[in-house]
Design a protein around this ligand. Structure first.
Ligand SMILES: Nc1ncnc2c1ncn2[C@@H]1O[C@H](COP(=O)(O)OP(=O)(O)OP(=O)(O)O)[C@@H](O)[C@H]1O
Ligand SMILES: Cc1cn([C@H]2C[C@H](O)[C@@H](COP(=O)(O)O)O2)c(=O)[nH]c1=O
Length: 208
């Protein structure tokens, strides 16, 4: 079976990281790589620290978009592409759709401009399947606020209007990519969200 690149997307606090942890525990395969953006590899984790640092309030939105794309290029060519070439499926917490929703739509740079930057960064590569965790921003942010162990970052602390724009950006991504993007209701008990994601993965991968 050809190795697949599967990405997990959604607003803040949607549950992507938690669900991925459950999937990783349940999955019996060693031919699956779990990773995340921004980060997943040393250089990209260092870029992550710069982007998400709450003290960096002066960061221009173009700088932000370029840093996400730079982290993506390093992570993609150093970790994701070699894994796919070895035959490993890759499950990645966030990818280019985050840039489209957050930088392209919510920051107002424009989705086409962000596509252009990313085309330079990683070429034409796109995920095979994307699972969108659908939750209203208020509900996701309330989860983060309730999670004492979760440190907030520079993007989390943007106002609610920004997070509503992020959600609208994702709605566009979902509408424009019906073949690639699968939507899961993330505002359900965790076990149900895990089960819904598992059903999609079972359909596209040979998992037990
Ligand atoms: N279905 C759920 N119901 C209730 N709480 C949940 C659910 N899924 C996750 N949570 C809790 O919500 C919080 C945020 O979850 P998580 O960090 O997995 O979200 P995320 O999508 O990765 O967020 P971000 O992208 O903002 O980091 C955590 O405290 C987690 O335990
Ligand atoms: C990849 C990517 C991410 N973001 C934002 C989304 C979140 O606010 C943070 C990442 O934090 P998480 O806890 O790991 O989800 O970065 C973005 O704005 N653009 C992107 O391309």
């Amino acid at each position: 079976m050809t190795a697949l690149f599967i990405t997990f997307e959604g607003p803040e606090g949607a549950g992507k990281t938690t669900v991925l942890q459950h999937i990783a525990q349940r999955m019996q395969h060693d031919d699956v790589l779990f990773t995340r953006e921004p980060g997943g590899i040393d250089i990209a984790e260092k870029i992550r620290e710069v982007i998400l640092n709450k003290e960096h309030t002066a960061m221009h939105e173009r700088t932000e978009a370029l840093l996400y794309a730079a982290a993506r290029a390093q992570h993609f060519f150093e970790k994701v592409k070699p894994a796919l070439e070895r035959g490993q499926h890759v499950l990645c917490d966030r990818f280019i759709d985050s840039s489209l929703a957050y930088q392209g739509y919510a920051r107002g740079i424009g989705m086409d401009a962000v596509k252009g930057i990313n085309e330079f960064a990683i070429g034409e590569y796109m995920p095979d399947v994307t699972i969108f965790f659908d939750i209203q921003p208020e509900d996701g942010l309330a989860r983060i606020a309730a999670a004492a162990e979760r440190e907030t970052n520079r993007l989390d602390v943007e106002g609610l209007a920004f997070h509503h724009k992020v959600y609208e950006g994702y709605e566009r991504v979902v509408k424009e990519n019906p073949q690639r993007v699968r939507v899961v209701n993330a505002n359900q008990p965790l076990e149900q969200v895990v089960a819904d994601v598992w059903d999609i993965l079972s359909e596209v991968l040979d998992v037990k």
